[in-house]
Write a protein that binds this ligand. Structure first.
Ligand code: NAD
Length: 468
């Protein structure tokens, strides 16, 4: 029997099989979770379908209250959840605590949202109203970098609108999701929220299942393409939040000390495994040496270790495959540039590499052109603004980007030339429930958060009355 059962049709269920969950700081399993059989998966979909109309018929205040209860439970158990999150994901405890805190912020935000219809026209002739109705069964497919937060910021808008929800976490990080199974079973009627666990086989089945109305997917661009293809047969609604290769552009007038601290804060957060991490930094030639030195000093001070150890700033890569990729990018860094801090594997049994800064590297190197998703930052020199904008935009991705300058108006003007869903000025990675988040180009389709993100979980329906 596993330590963590799934939630299917309102019942905590063991599976036919179990999955070992590895603590990436140690490279060894620390617990086991239940894994869904094909029949259990179908039971989850059928239960979600059957439960949805009844859930949608309940008053909005009841659905809001359910989100508040979930948030209060997380608040009361925050320390236990954060410590388990460190064990399954690898991140430092402070980052895990922030993730658990953010989950409450998102739940509380959605618990406040109203769904009143909008009047389009109301005069002597017509009364036309735009209504927001549920879509049906929504599936949330989530990645391993923020395994707790991402699932919850999909669950909350989905169920608020009266949809039912099936959460499929990433196979290497299902534990904190499953910790919520007992309380979800208490809060929601059977079938409204389900959590199924797989070993990477159920995402494809969810994406093509005729009884799923919408997929809210966060993960890599390669998998996002598969979701889009598989869901075409039933024309599912899709929100795809995919990969990124965010460029930062440091202008000659940037505050070097502050920029170095904040750039490193973004690039090395969660060991670089963040879709909106700063992943390539372009620095004007006039300050290039100074900026590289400041970054190297900053990053050399980052302590590597088990996230539960006090003082750890950078944890391990989350899984073996990602660790192998990081090692590959370290080799690329040594070949294509000059490593000014880090550059090696770190001591210990887990999936650790040293936080690394690489200078004298150019576009065309895989470390610059690809999404490294690792604590390795390439720093590239530029001379001309038009040229650096073209290089920043020369990517299939368009998730985020940043401009670093003390001239705020010029930076704002420059920001509008960056082809991405978000452009930060003098910071990077900031997001929240009121700020619409979208990917340009192949970084995604659709929007999460804010009113716009909420309504991606709605069917918009017009009711039009002719009064004459
Ligand atoms: P991944 O694409 O490998 O996996 C994501 C999820 O998809 C997992 O739950 C996985 O089991 C599932 N999956 C696997 N095969 C599937 C299929 N054929 N159909 C449907 N689902 C399938 O991504 P990952 O490696 O877990 O996460 C890292 C990637 O996620 C990075 O590219 C990162 O940039 C991206 N990401 C994006 C955002 C964002 O908001 N844009 C946020 C976090 C991570």
């Amino acid at each position: 029997m596993s330590d963590y059962p799934m939630l299917i049709n309102g019942r905590l269920q063991q599976g036919d099989a179990v999955l070992d969950i590895i603590n990436p700081a140690l490279g060894t399993p620390f617990t086991q979770v239940a894994r869904a059989s094909g029949a259990q998966f179908e039971e989850a979909v059928a239960a979600a379908k059957a439960a949805q109309p009844g859930w949608a018929a309940r008053p909005l205040a009841e659905r809001q209250a359910a989100l508040r209860k979930l948030s209060a439970h997380i608040h009361a158990n925050a320390d236990r959840i954060a410590r388990t999150l460190v064990q399954e994901q690898g991140k430092p405890l402070a980052e895990a605590q922030a993730e658990v805190g953010y989950a409450q912020i998102f739940l509380n935000y959605y618990a406040e949202q109203e769904l009143a219809p909008e009047t389009i026209q109301d005069d002597a002739e017509f009364r036309i109203e735009l209504q927001y109705r549920p879509l049906g069964v929504v599936a949330g497919i989530t990645p391993w970098n923020f395994p707790f937060l991402i699932g919850l910021y999909k669950l909350a808008p989905a169920v608020l609108l009266g949809n039912s929800f099936i959460w499929k976490p990433a196979p290497t990080t299902p534990v904190t999701a499953l910790m919520l199974a007992p309380v979800l079973a208490e809060i929601f009627p059977p079938g409204v929220v389900n959590i199924v666990i797989d070993d990477n086989e159920l995402g494809a089945v969810l994406s093509s299942h005729p009884d799923i109305a919408k997929i809210s997917f966060t993960g890599s661009t390669a998998t996002g393409r598969k979701v889009m293809a598989a869901s075409s047969s039933s024309l599912k609604r899709l929100t795809l939040e995919l990969g990124g290769n965010d460029a930062g552009i440091v202008m000659p007038d940037a505050d070097i000390g502050k920029t170095a601290t904040r750039v490193a804060g973004s690039a090395f957060f969660n060991a670089g495994q963040v879709c909106i991490a700063l992943k390539r930094l372009y620095v004007h030639r006039s300050i290039y040496d100074e900026m590289c030195d400041a970054l190297a000093r900053e990053v050399a001070g980052f302590a590597i270790g088990d996230g539960l150890q006090q003082g750890t700033r950078v944890g391990p890569l989350q899984n073996r495959a990602q660790y192998d990729k990081a090692i590959h990018y370290l080799e690329v860094a040594a070949q294509d540039g000059n490593i000014i801090t880090g550059g090696g594997k770190a001591e210990g049994p887990g999936y650790f590499i040293q936080p690394t800064v690489v200078r004298d590297i150019a576009d065309g190197s895989p470390l610059v052109d690809e999404e490294q998703f690792a604590p390795i930052l390439p720093v590239i020199v530029f001379d001309e603004i038009d040229d650096v904008v073209a290089r920043a935009n020369a990517s299939e991705y368009g998730l985020g980007g940043s401009i670093w300058s003390q001239d705020h108006d010029a930076a704002f003007a420059l920001a509008s030339r960056i082809e991405s869903g978000t452009v930060w000025i003098n910071h990077h990675t900031h997001f929240g429930p009121t700020i619409p988040f979208s990917g340009a180009k192949q970084s995604g389709i659709g929007t999460e958060f804010g009113r716009e993100g909420l309504m991606e979980f709605a069917q918009r329906s017009v009711v039009s009355l002719n009064k004459t």
